[in-house]
Ligand binder design. Structure first.
Ligand SMILES: *Cc1c(COP(=O)(O)O)cnc(C)c1O
Length: 418
């Protein structure tokens, strides 16, 4: 039995974890940034590597006893290089935001001008929002999506770049459903003499699975989380051209962080190993098919999708013409056993804590094995929940149906018995 020691020594913590395991198993997970790791990834995280301090890099540590840790870090680096065709990889960033902080630190001085995508148009907090360190330390100017198409207009980006002359251009997003033209970004950056930084936190798995274009061979520097579509442990990677290797490494340690989390490095290596397998391509392909079907079905049911559809794993429903806010929609779906996150829509007239959109992603449910048929079913569930938003009985009934559906698609870690 797994978790035997935990259950005996600390039943309080154990019972809470068990409840969460049931919740994850019984609910439809549509939060675009989430996924389910494999048992192998989970096991790697729960190892004695957590006991070690290894500040520094392979062969150059500030603590003794790192010969073996060097092996695991080297393996993770080699796998990431192969997967993304990267010249240099740093596998130590603890998560996406610290990775981005290190990238800015490696290339910029405080006060330097950076061009990034607006938060309410699908960007991330760490791309220059004023409440985030990025917006406070650097002089961010922002581009958005076109009002009519909901897509990034590269001519507009070029115009802003020529006018503002940023030192760095950031391409990447948390809530944008269309393919990004990496080469067009690079061309603009070359024209204005800016560094290019791609944040592929959301789509790394779809790039690794060869379904979306890879910016790594083109851009100066690329960061990604490892826990979204890439399906690894919570953490991040930074990839860059060899000529920037030293400054990037120095920014991560000692610039931003102390010791790396070696148990997480091991789990990153396992996840990267999984992403190198041919099956991972099939997974990435199915993710994109599922997202298209789910968004098409919702359109058929009368919902507006920002930009009219999706090329990746996510999309944003615009609820501004419906009698329900993003926050209310999130709550109603939660009562029915569907997890989603509310989201702003471009030029949202409502405040950020109660925006008019809902972001949906299918990376997690695709890992469970759900396919086209289930996407149609889920679109129907979402619509039913909204239609019955004030009828607790009907939402409970729906929740029961959803639990039955979920039971047919066990989580990859279901062999770990609680
Ligand atoms: C999720 C995300 C991050 C931040 O990752 P954390 O691990 O939550 O810090 C950074 N950038 C983008 C584009 C993201 O979507």
């Amino acid at each position: 039995m797994f978790y035997q020691n935990l259950s005996q020594q600390d039943s309080q913590v154990y019972e809470i974890i068990k409840k969460e395991a049931c919740r994850q198993s019984d609910e439809i997970e549509l939060i675009a940034s989430e996924n389910y790791v494999s048992s192998a990834v989970l096991e790697a995280m729960a190892t004695i590597l957590t006991n070690k301090y290894s500040e520094g890099y392979v062969g150059k540590r500030y603590y003794g006893g790192n010969q073996i840790v060097d092996e695991i870090e080297t393996l993770a680096i080699e796998r990431a290089k192969k997967l993304f065709q990267a010249e240099h990889v740093n596998v130590q960033p603890l998560s996406g935001s610290p990775a981005n902080a290190a990238v800015y630190m490696a290339f910029l001085q405080p006060g330097d001008k950076v061009l990034g995508l607006k938060l309410d148009h699908g960007g991330h907090l760490s791309h220059g929002h004023h409440i985030n360190f990025s917006g406070q330390l650097y002089n961010f100017v922002q581009y958005g999506v076109d009002e009519k198409t909901g897509m990034i207009d590269m001519e507009k980006v070029r115009e802003i770049a020529l006018r503002e002359k940023p030192k760095m251009i950031v391409a990447g997003f948390s809530a944008y459903s269309r393919e990004i033209d990496w080469q067009a970004f690079q061309n603009i950056a070359t024209e204005v003499g800016a560094y290019t930084f791609a944040d592929i936190a959301h789509i790394a798995g779809l790039i690794a699975g060869k379904q979306l274009a890879n910016p790594v061979p083109i851009f100066d520097v690329v960061s990604t989380t490892t826990h979204k579509t890439l399906r690894g442990p919570r953490g991040a990677l930074i990839m860059c051209k060899e000529k920037y290797a030293k400054q990037v490494d120095r920014a991560v340690f000692p610039g931003m962080q102390g010791g790396p989390h070696d148990h997480i490095t091991a789990a990153k290596a396992v996840a990267l190993g999984e992403a190198l397998l041919p099956e991972f391509k099939d997974y990435a392909k199915q993710v994109i098919i599922n997202a298209k079907i789910l968004s098409d079905e919702l359109i058929n049911l009368g919902y507006n999708i920002v930009s009219g559809g999706t090329d990746n794993h996510l999309f944003v429903i615009d609820l501004s013409d419906k009698n329900i806010s993003g926050k209310e929609a999130e709550k109603v779906l939660e009562r029915a056993g569907i997890s989603v996150s509310r989201s702003t829509i471009p030029n949202d007239s409502s405040a950020a804590f109660n925006p008019s959109g809902l972001r949906l992603g299918v990376a997690a449910i695709t890992t469970r094995g759900m396919k086209e048929k289930e996407m149609r079913q889920i679109a129907g569930y979402i619509n039913r929940a909204f239609l019955n938003k004030n009828e607790e009985e009907k939402l409970l009934e729906l929740k029961k149906e959803i639990k039955v559906l979920c039971a047919n698609f066990p989580l990859p870690t279901n062999n770990l018995k609680y």
